[in-house]
Design a protein around this ligand. Structure first.
Ligand code: BGP
Length: 475
């Protein structure tokens, strides 16, 4: 049997993309609540932020999303029916600390997640909690400049201390920052970074990233002190960049692109800045303000496991003619790989790439892996009973789970679990819309915000249930 007996099968969501209730029970606003639709989605200027905050229409439909805030019992029951062993969810920072810098947490927010975790345990579901899934309180952005300011480390330490203390015994698996490398590719949505006119953006991104990395190491220390049972993971938006050709220039460029992403995990897993990054910072005059204490904390408190999302591989060329045909697959830019098909949104489908990625990560870090996001975003055609024949989704997942099985069985990778993205339909991060769906469970809501919010099972629901029941034997 390739998978361990206690293999953690499940699904993953993020607070902002499913909860709704954006202003209920004391919750404050975060960057993720005001991300604009359209071309400005990935990057927001300081002037724009002021405007966004006052325009509710901009962040629709995430403000209601699928209203899991009120439907979580029903949703967790459905996860239980599928046999989930784990459910990955994120905590909205602004439910716990509405502004981010308060001394005392908001009890209503703490209670909401406590009830939710207890509900999971009723079904034998182990919560896997992302502490921040892209979200940063608006107040911290406006008052302090967000993660560009070292003080955010203190606020984050405060947040995690509250969480680890309150949820001791209820939660054991934690991720510090969702897709930490996305700060480079979508600085506003990924980390709440806004830039002033003429600001050196690269310097700002790496400074903010350094603060997140130090905060993550502190969180690891605090988690282990509060409960030695706690397991802390980093979280990478993974997916290798391939060279378009075997020209040494293309190969080198692909390595460079991959290192942009590995950089974060190199620090979180090995505890120090890699040589290539130090040299590049030196060349570019980037100063992250590393103190001796930072150095020590990074070195002493590395993560217990490596988690990552995988949707597709990417491809890069140095040939200007090929580059001219660059396709923009949302946040990641690259060229089309002629050997692969792509989803409607240009995400190239590459199941074997998952096995290659797993091998790369395991060779590089030699720590257990956890796949915490994988799936196919697609437009579903629903019948009058709320049923969707989503064979395309089953095909995608089957091929990826097979590749993951091969990595474990044939290559010896240690893998703790697999949570597919969006087991229930939710709001898409990159488009801000409902119509890019990932779920085994359909939610009646459209891009214009109409719909009953009724949940119904798609064909893939029973398929995934069988996969879990047979521990991945029957795909
Ligand atoms: C990841 C994010 C998720 C999620 C997923 C799918 O980058 O961690 O929040 O949304 O991608 O992306 P999308 O919703 O754009 O299809």
């Amino acid at each position: 049997m390739p998978f361990r007996k206690d293999f953690l099968w499940g699904g993953a969501t993020a607070a902002n993309q499913c909860e709704g209730g954006y202003n209920l029970d004391g919750r404050g606003l975060a960057n993720v609540d005001v991300v604009p639709h359209g071309p400005d989605r990935m990057k927001v200027s300081a002037g724009k932020l002021k405007m966004l905050e006052h325009q509710e229409g901009y962040y629709y439909p995430a403000c209601e999303a699928i209203d899991m805030y009120h439907h979580y019992k029903e949703d967790i029951a459905l996860f239980g029916e599928m046999g989930f062993k784990t459910y990955r969810l994120s905590i909205a920072w602004t439910r716990i600390f509405p502004k981010g810098d308060e001394a005392e947490p908001n009890e209503a927010g703490l209670k909401f997640y406590e009830d939710l975790f207890k509900e999971c345990h009723k079904y034998g579901i182990e919560p896997l909690v992302t502490i921040t899934h892209f979200d940063c309180p608006i107040h911290l952005i406006k008052e302090y400049g967000g993660w560009k300011n070292r003080r955010l480390i203190e606020f984050y330490k405060n947040l995690v201390t509250v969480l680890f203390t309150r949820y001791k015994g209820l939660v054991k698996y934690w991720l510090t920052f969702n897709e930490i490398n996305m700060i480079l590719h979508m600085p506003f949505m990924g980390a709440g970074l806004v830039f002033e006119e003429g600001e050196n953006e690269e310097q700002a991104k790496y400074l903010a990233a350094h603060h997140e990395l130090v905060a993550s190491a502190w969180a690891t220390k605090i988690a282990h002190e509060i409960d030695p049972e706690n397991k802390i993971g980093c979280m990478l938006a993974a997916g290798l960049t391939y060279p378009y050709s075997c020209s040494p220039e293309d190969v080198f460029e692909a390595q460079r692109k991959n290192r942009d992403n590995y950089f974060f995990i190199d620090v979180q897993s090995r505890g120090e800045y890699p040589a290539y990054a130090l040299k590049e910072f030196e060349r570019k005059g980037i100063d992250v303000g590393m103190s001796e204490e930072d150095r020590q904390i990074l070195k002493a408190h590395t993560v217990d496991f490596i988690s990552f999302s995988y949707y597709s591989s990417r491809c890069i060329s140095t040939d200007p003619e090929i580059l001219a045909k660059e396709m923009s697959g949302n946040a990641f830019k690259g060229v089309k790989n002629p050997y692969l098909k792509a989803s409607e949104w240009g995400w190239q489908i590459d199941a074997l790439g998952l096995r290659t990625t797993m091998n790369e990560l395991y060779d590089r870090y030699q720590k257990p892996l956890f796949i915490v996001e994988n799936g196919l975003g697609a437009k579903d055609a629903v019948d009058e009973n709320g049923y969707v024949e989503d064979d395309y989704r089953i095909d995608y997942l089957r091929a990826h789970i097979q590749a993951m099985k091969d990595a474990v069985e044939l290559d010896g990778v240690e893998l703790w679990g697999y949570t597919s993205w969006g087991p229930i339909d939710l709001v898409s991060a990159s488009t801000g819309e409902m119509s890019k769906r990932y779920g085994f469970i359909y939610v009646d809501k459209d891009d214009a915000g109409s719909g009953s919010l009724k949940r119904s099972k798609k064909k893939s629901f029973d398929w995934y249930k069988k996969v879990i029941a047979t521990n991945g034997e029957d795909l």
